[in-house]
Ligand binder design. Sequence first.
Ligand SMILES: Cc1ncc(COP(=O)(O)O)c(C=O)c1O
Length: 395
Amino acid sequence: MTVYLDHAATTPMLPAAIDAYAQAMTLVGNPASIHSHGQNAKRMLEEAREQVAASVRCDPIEVVFTGGGTESVNLGIKGLYWARSPRRRILAPGGEHHATIDTIDWLVSHENALVEWIPLDALGRIDVAALERAIARNPDDVALVTLLAANNEVGTVQPVADVAALAAAHGIPVHIDAVSAYGHQPIDFAALAAVGVSALSISAHKIGGPVGIGALVLARTAKVEPLIHGGGQQRQVRSGTQDVAAAVSFAVAATAATAQIRSETLRLGALRDRLVAGVQGAVPAVVVNGDPDAAGRLAGTAHFTFGGCEGDSLLFLLDVAGVSVSTGSACQAGIAEPSHVLRAMGRSEVEARGALRVTLGRTTTADDIDALIAALPAAYAQASLAGFADRTPTL
Ligand SMILES: Cc1ncc(COP(=O)(O)O)c(C=O)c1O
């Protein structure tokens, strides 16, 4: 039996979400069609939109379904940037997800944007005073501020309401990448919009829904330039025939996940404590990253630095032992990179190469945790023997 401890990458679909998906796929009808098949599809779609809206406390009209978190983040950031032209500055913390980093880099290289990466503190939290100074340098030229609700590697929760209030004082829109927080922390978009948040990204496959659907929650008053043009569906913001079956399945997962946030936070928090204690017992030199205060982090995320070995060596050795975990770092073209999040938190490259992320979810049990703890000493001993490999890529 293999053990899955990489729930932040993707989590198993909820059986009820699979059933709803399969059932909805048996029906025909384009929700934009006038006939009764189309109207039935539209009714199912709008009910799903209401349920997803309820899961983040927004109005149904504010839910714009997309093809997933990456598309939502692209629409939020590029859409706001273009709508705010000719303003050029984008302010974002270091250590963001690659959906954000690469979108901003693209705007810099193709659309004349200027980016300022705001420092993170040692726990992975944005330096709000540095953001305030960056805004104050020229508030009129800031197109937008974007940040994670909670870091997807180390789990640190960001002070989004403080950031939004700061930006709102200058009329600057804020986009929040809530993909990793969604289903783990309550999200109250109405309250966030009241303090100046314009848009918020979520994704279904992180909470037990299907891969390939997400949403950009877009405040009624917010303006974004669309990425995709066509039939004018969804407030003209995201054209294209809507995926009713995926939306229905997403809604089932959203309702279940948000109903269980409180109980899952307690359950996963206890399992995480068991994990951290076990890992520290097995490898005393390990460093636990992120916020030590449970209120300041995602309950199911544990992030470690193992001295003297590569995180990806450990990952492979644990995989051989039947335990799936992650380094949390982007693996591009088969070359694992040191954790850019730890680098943004001020850690050395060597430390950033020894990172390992373990993320728990709905199906995680104490046996899964114990299996990892049992497999770790041998994996760590072997990974330490390998040390740091030469990382010159071969073509
Ligand atoms: C914080 C964060 N943002 C965005 C994404 C991208 O979401 P998706 O996989 O739905 O495209 C992810 C997924 O890893 C994520 O963790």
